[in-house]
Design a protein around this ligand. Structure first.
Ligand code: KG4
Ligand code: ZN
Length: 343
């Protein structure tokens, strides 16, 4: 089995080829960050138009790199949601049409299932069941992963996502879009403890998060102060520490509550080095193990869509001829495939 996957849910156009036996053969990505920087955030219409221009050349290029002719493909997978409707439609229309032309199945993939399964692209795969901390620009969730498609929600954010908190704080500090990685870079120059921000809901039981108060705290902290590079670095350090500490404490609490030893951290914010260090230490201290996808597979990519697509292909799932996407798509609505479906 050899699958082509396409990702276009937000501001990354990406394609990948995954072989059932030989693993990932190639993956390519074009980030639209530069395009949206001028506006301080993603402009949906611009994103859709750019996907239309990028996707086909990316597909040609990834097939070439994977030494794969279209006729060798078993299926075409694509991100069908959640995400920006117009952006999703560009990938869905292209992938569905390509599958039709080749006479092979098209597979609609849930973007978050892609993030959750990205760790399977690494040589050592996490045991099932495990706890997953899924932290992206749009989602912050703790889940018990019992198998492919069998996800039990343990807790999620009541308002802003962790990535959103990084991005909004970065914007308040005058950092360019996308702010999260930029803020993390500056934080390495900042002094620990120079600014201390609230750790929301840490003192309360449960596995819910709330990050919307953080930006207000940042606004108050910097009011009337000259934003020199040193001050921005100190504030960035404080913001990062507050988010990382909150995520880490709740993830460890989730391991305690479920009595599980394995933690998988995924989604764009899983690329944050301080979060990785903090969780590695915290999980090791209680005798467990933590797994992450490599950095480039934490943020949006098509390799993870290929992994999820292959799992669903093996389970016999595929789409009819309609071109459909879901901007909103609760993860719990996915049908389970049973434990260890892709191992
Ligand atoms: O998973 P992703 O690429 O896209 C979504 O599905 O949302 O996640 C993007 C989010 C953005 O909010 C970005 O600022 C954040 O991940 N991010 C980071 C880092 N790299 C990406 N946040 C903190 N530190 C990083 N190194
Ligand atoms: Zn994502």
């Amino acid at each position: 089995m050899r699958i082509l996957a396409v990702e276009s849910s937000c501001d990354e156009s990406a394609a990948a080829v995954l072989d059932g036996q030989r693993g990932l053969l190639a993956h390519v990505l074009y980030s639209q960050a530069q395009l949206h920087r001028l506006y301080g955030g993603v402009v949906p219409e611009l994103a859709s138009r750019d996907h239309v221009q990028r996707l086909l050349p990316l597909i040609m290029s990834v097939l070439k790199q994977a030494h794969t002719a279209p006729a060798e493909l078993t299926a075409v997978a694509y991100t069908a949601g959640p995400g920006l409707a117009g952006a999703l439609l560009t990938g869905a229309a292209l992938a569905r049409s390509l599958a039709f032309a080749l006479g092979i199945p098209a597979i609609a993939v849930h973007h978050l299932e892609g993030h959750l399964l990205a760790a399977l692209l690494e040589p050592e795969v996490p045991a099932l069941p495990h706890v997953a901390l899924l932290v992206s620009g749009g989602h912050t969730m703790l889940l018990e992963v019992q198998g492919v498609g069998a996800y039990r929600l343990l807790g999620e954010t009541r308002d802003d996502a962790a990535g959103e908190a990084f991005d909004k704080s970065a914007k308040l500090l005058g950092l360019p879009y996308p702010g999260g990685p930029e803020l993390a870079r500056l934080a390495t120059e900042g002094r620990a403890g120079a600014f201390v921000f609230p750790r929301p809901m840490l003192d309360r039981p449960g596995l819910e998060f709330s990050f919307s108060g953080l930006k207000t705290a940042v606004v108050h902290a910097v009011r009337g102060i000259e934003l020199t590079r040193a001050v921005v670095a100190d504030v960035a350090r404080g913001v990062e520490e507050a988010i990382v500490e909150t995520l880490a404490a709740k993830a460890l609490r989730a391991l305690d509550e479920t009595n599980l030893e394995t933690l998988v951290v995924c989604g764009g914010v899983a690329a944050n080095s301080r979060l990785r260090e903090r969780l590695a230490a915290g999980v090791a201290a209680r005798g467990g193990r933590v797994y992450y996808p490599r950095m480039e597979f934490c943020t949006d990519n098509a390799a993870m869509i290929a992994v999820a697509g292959l799992a669903r292909l093996k389970a016999g799932q595929h789409e009819d001829l309609g071109i459909r996407v879901r901007a909103q798509w609760p993860l719990e609505e996915l049908p389970p495939l049973g434990a260890g479906g892709v191992h």
